[in-house]
Design a protein around this ligand. Sequence first.
Ligand SMILES: C[S@@+](CC[C@H](N)C(=O)[O-])C[C@H]1O[C@@H](n2cnc3c(N)ncnc32)[C@H](O)[C@@H]1O
Length: 292
Amino acid sequence: MTDAEPEGLSQEDYATLCGFLRDRTGLSFTEAKRYFVDRRVAARMQAVGATGLRAYMNLLRFQASGEELQRLVNLMTVNETYFFREKYQLDCLVNSVLDELVRGRPKGSRLRIWSAGCATGEEPYSIAIMLLENWRRVDDYEIELLASDIDSAVLERAREGIYDERALQGLPAHLRAKYFQPVRGAAEAGGPRWQIVEDLRESVDFSLVNIADPQQVRAFRGIDVIFCRNLLIYFDDLGRREAASMFHDALAPGGFVCLGHSESMSRMSSLFVPRRFPDAILYQKPVDGGTS
Ligand SMILES: C[S@@+](CC[C@H](N)C(=O)[O-])C[C@H]1O[C@@H](n2cnc3c(N)ncnc32)[C@H](O)[C@@H]1O
């Protein structure tokens, strides 16, 4: 280590900071993440000229705008995602779940789908494309696509809807041609990029929401399907249980939760009933809204 490089946090400071972040965001950083955390915190402390962790924590805790906390949170999230990720769940949505949800509902009624932890937007836009392409009743219902994340920087990118080759890899060529436009001049400036068409950008309602904050989640009620994939792996057991209970409150009776392939609701909560469809297993809030 050179003189210019700040030393990492002490054991105690690391525990204090991680406890604070866990409390505010649900994100759980173990000792194994120390290098990742140390580097980011050191960079922010240097940027704001904090002389030690105590001064920096005071800024995080008491700054009226919350700007520094948001900046740090943006650095602490892992935003990996891409179009048509874990597509079998999207297939399940259009082949089974939506038909079941609208059974008995009059045409024109509302269907609400929420992508919680949407990162740069590939997930909600993939849902939109799947609905338009594969659900024959898409025009019969008023579909609301809500998408949220705790990271304000990824939300900006999601709203802009510009993607590189890597993000689009899983998308068949005819869908790329139909829903994306090449960004002019992008090839010269670091590789080709495509922007999702305006109609799709406008079809998703993006907002800044921390799913570990009950106040912020309160606005989400009567949801039919929640996608919360590859987010709860960053939470601890208690955080996952709290998230499951929050999903339960947010869902309409009979509504579904889709988790990432390595996340299992049965290990988090008994509030939901696993439902095995031909394409995937989803978790359902009992129709009677019960807690069985
Ligand atoms: C790995 S990405 C997953 C993106 C997408 N759901 C997928 O499966 O491809 C996880 C996202 O969860 C977000 N996240 C982490 N903690 C969160 C919280 N407490 N509330 C809302 N979003 C959170 C991160 O900012 C990140 O964008």
